[in-house]
Every structure is written in structure tokens, then in C-alpha cells.
Write a protein that binds this ligand. Sequence first.
Ligand SMILES: C[S@@+](CC[C@H](N)C(=O)[O-])C[C@H]1O[C@@H](n2cnc3c(N)ncnc32)[C@H](O)[C@@H]1O
Length: 286
Amino acid sequence: MSYNCYCVKPVPAASLPLSRFSIPQNLSLSPTTTRRNCVIRFSPDKSLHLVRCCSTDAFVVVNDNKYGNKQVVSLTPRLYDYVLSNVQEPEVLKELREETATMHGSQMQVSPDQAQLLAMLVQILGARRCIEVGVYTGYSSLAVALALPESGCLVACERDEKVLKVARRFYERAGVLHKVQIKHGLAIDTLNAMLLNGEAGSYDFAFVDAEKKMYTTYFELLLKLVRVGGVIVIDNVLWHGKVADPLVNDSKTASLRNFNNALFEDERVSISLVPIGDGMTICRKR
Ligand SMILES: C[S@@+](CC[C@H](N)C(=O)[O-])C[C@H]1O[C@@H](n2cnc3c(N)ncnc32)[C@H](O)[C@@H]1O
């Protein structure tokens, strides 16, 4: 078994929560081992080094029999920089990202590689009618709108009027405002109204990135609105890694974990959980 790792800020090893990680007794901890950020490293000489170990931190590379000796690459900061350097981010999206970086909640925005994947899905699907639940300042929705044909439309649901103003300004700047129907209000009301309006089965693509505890409700409504063969993408399904940590049971984590479990069992969709950003599940309606 081997785990790759990278260096982190040191704190005293004495405070390490060893029991949480089932660390072998023979593991010697250096006095500078970090408490919050460590990964176990198995060196070629079989000695062990604890380097990083927090469930909410970067993922480890696993390479053992359990995974068919398949190497799963870890996204170190350097490798992630490389990934980002390969994102073909349109200039207007870069400008929006830079403006949003100064705003409260900017960490909520999807990453450039995620936005690129959403745009790619829209293009591969040949989508014309899309929905986004949770717009914020518009980064992901602008990526989708840019990928849509001129006749395409995106219903953009957001409850916060202030952030919507930024989104609208950037839709305009990018020349895609005519494709976006901005729906200010609670997403659940907008989606229900669309269904009452007879729009069931008429959408190709939906992206969900709002209240985590409402995911099941959004999913059920969107499943009605999307056509067979259409796609629903759900963001934050890994929830900073917490969904995989049995010791984390706060209500948001539990709700995402339950949602993931239900999706896995759901015969109405085929799914692919992609470890990009904070984790996105791509669901195709059967
Ligand atoms: C994670 S952010 C969306 C980020 C956006 N997808 C992006 O990439 O920039 C979530 C947004 O959902 C909005 N939101 C939360 N609950 C909502 C609701 N019930 N109805 C509509 N919008 C909601 C929040 O105001 C927030 O702007």
C-alpha cells in the first residue's frame, strides 16, 4: 500500500487524534507532524510516516489490492495548478471570478474546472433548455449560458437579489442575457411553478448548487422537469470529504450522505460521482 503526500504546516504530534485513523502502533511521529493536515506515507522501505490525516483535507493516493492495484492520483496543490492551467476559461468568466473573489461567499462558486465540465456536458448533450438552482454571482450559470446555442435558454434560480445583480451584469457583458431567464425567489417555488406551467419533461440539463438539505426536493422536481436522457448535475456531494467520515454526523453531512445513498439506489437514473471540486454527481434520467 502506498500513499502520496505533501508538506503541511507543522504542529505538535502529541495532539494527534491517532485512534481516528487506525494508525499502526509502530508508526513514529516526528515532533513536527501536523494535527489537522496529515496523510500516512508508506515508504519503499516499508517505514511509515504520518504526513497528512484530516478527513476534510486532500485525498490520498491509494495503490493496493483492494483497488486492483490501480493508482488513483491525489490532487496536490501543484497538480491542481496543472489542472487549472489546462482549463480553457473564457475571459469573461475569469473577470467574473476575479470580481467575485472580493465578495462575501466567494468560496461557494464552482471552480473553473467544474464550470468547464458543466459547459462540456451541455455541449455533448446538445442541450437547449437548462435550469440552475443556486446562481450566486453567476459563474456556473454563465459557463452554461455560453455553451448554449443562440436559441437556448437557462432558467436561473436564486433567492438573493444582490448577487443576482452581479450575475445579470455579467450575462449582459458576455452577450448571453437573452438566453437567461432570471428567477428571483425560492427555487422550490420556481420549479413548482414551471411544473404547473406544463414544462415537465421539457428540459435537457439541470445543475443543483443551493441548500444542501433541500437536495432531495430539488432532485425530485428536476427529475420531472428533465426529459428522458437529460442530465441533472449535483454539486458538493463529497462535502469537503465529510460524507466519508463516519465520525462526522452534523445535519448537513448526514443529509448529503443520505442523498448520495438514495441516488445510488435510485433506478430512475444512472449516475457517475466525479471527484472534481467538492464532488459532483452526474445523473442521467433513464
Ligand atoms: C453555492 S452558491 C451557488 C454558486 C454558483 N453555482 C456558482 O458557481 O457561482 C448557492 C446559492 O444558492 C442560493 N440559494 C440558497 N438557497 C436557495 C433557495 N432556496 N432558492 C434559491 N436560491 C437559493 C444562495 O443564495 C447562493 O447564492
